[in-house]
Ligand binder design. Structure first.
Ligand code: NAP
Ligand code: FE
Length: 366
């Protein structure tokens, strides 16, 4: 047994946690940039809570609300230019994983305006503005990771990781998730479950990451026995699912992910599939792979959760929409090379390489 863990984020959850802890914002400076998406931060009430907290502390703010799903380097650069020219001292990300990941890139680019994509993705930096994360989905766990996934100018999702982009504070008020549609409620929960499962069986897992992963799974599996539905979830259910997503984030902050995430990216880039569904589509195959290469671990995992393999698979199927994606020979040839030498793929237990990825693409999509 071993433990290997670093965490520099103060995590605060609970109803009205932003306004009730507004004094925290004061320690980060007198001016900030709020980085968010098109409309959900307004719709769910997070933006007004944050601006109220800032106003209570006489902190000035500028808002950049141009972050799209699968955020692009270009929008992060635009937001960073505004942060720099407005002399912002910290960055607040409000949203799901897209604005939160974008906030991390903005925090870096605002202090290194000469950076292009190459410099950002190689994570060769030693400064970043402090980041405060306000989560509005219960899925990615980006609130507690030092990872940011950004779409480059070729349309490919790429990540960078650096301890400086761990949010300093992360607020999780589950009331914000009440405005999520049924489909995003489900896809973000699948993302959280995928993090927990990919982390638990990861080659780099240790005792603490497995503890987080198991707790996340335990909560999610209880809720996902039937399709999650916006109207049927109580605030308490939402708080639990939100916490499960944080457990998933803590788990992958240690281990990273495995082949479902590595192979899910192209489905979001090219086929418009929501991130959680794009990873979830591979989960059944991932579970079968883990059972084949580490049967004892799978038995222990299921027994600790008190579920059968079929119950685990049902929780996924209940919440995953039908995805009818097809790729042709040309697309396969274009996609396959990215899986040779891929780092996340190599964290899959046993052996899973570029050839295995290609076979799986053929099996699922051709
Ligand atoms: P998202 O892309 O942030 O948002 C999806 C959609 O949901 C957007 O249309 C958004 O609206 C809307 N939305 C967000 N919160 C809402 C709310 N409370 N009520 C109503 N609508 C809401 O979704 P996500 O699944 O949370 O994030 C996915 C991204 O995170 C992907 O790019 C993925 O690669 C990344 N990710 C990062 C990590 C990490 O460790 N850093 C881990 C997993 C995934 P708006 O457009 O108005 O915001
Ligand atoms: Fe994810």
């Amino acid at each position: 047994m071993n433990i290997n863990f670093q965490m520099t984020t103060k995590i605060i959850t609970g109803k009205d946690c932003v306004v009730n802890n507004s004094d925290i914002f004061a320690s980060f400076g007198k001016k900030c940039i709020i980085v968010t998406g098109k409309s959900s931060a307004v719709k769910c009430g997070a933006l007004s809570d944050v601006t109220k907290a800032l106003e209570q502390n006489s902190i000035e703010y500028v808002i950049y609300d141009g972050i799209e799903q699968n955020p692009t380097f270009e929008s992060c650069k635009k937001a960073a230019e505004i942060a720099e020219s407005s002399s912002c001292e910290f960055v607040i990300g409000i949203g799901g994983g897209s604005p939160l990941d974008a906030a991390k890139a903005v925090a870096v680019l605002a202090l290194s305006s000469h950076f292009g994509e190459k410099e950002l993705f190689s994570a060769c930096f030693d400064k970043a503005l402090p980041i405060i994360a306000v989560g509005t989905t219960a899925g990615t766990g980006s609130e507690v990771t030092h990872v940011s996934v950004i779409t480059d100018s070729n349309g490919n999702k790429k990540s960078f990781r650096h301890p400086l982009v761990f949010p300093k504070v992360s607020f999780g008020d589950a009331k914000y998730t009440m405005t999520l549609s049924d489909s995003f409620t489900r896809s973000t929960a699948i993302d959280a479950l995928s993090h927990c499962v990919e982390s638990y069986f990861n080659k780099t897992a240790n005792d603490i990451s497995r503890t987080f992963a198991l707790r996340g799974c335990e909560i999610l599996l209880k809720k996902m026995k039937a399709p999650l539905s916006k109207d049927a979830l109580s605030f308490e259910d939402r708080e639990e699912i939100y916490c499960a997503s944080i457990y998933g984030g803590l788990a992958i902050s240690v281990t990273g992910t495995a082949f479902p995430h590595a192979m899910g990216y192209f489905l979001s880039e090219r086929k418009g599939i929501a991130h959680g569904n794009a990873c979830g589509i591979y989960l059944e195959e991932f579970i079968a792979h883990c059972e084949a290469v580490c049967p004892d671990d799978m038995r222990e995992f299921l027994s600790k959760l008190g579920v059968t393999k079929n119950e685990l698979l049902s929780a996924i199927k209940n919440n995953l929409p039908e995805i009818n994606v097809r790729i042709d020979e040309d697309e396969l040839c274009e996609l396959a090379p990215r899986y040779y030498g891929n780092k996340s793929l190599s964290k899959t237990p046993g052996s899973f390489d570029g050839d295995n990825a290609k076979e799986l693409l053929i099996k699922l999509f051709m």
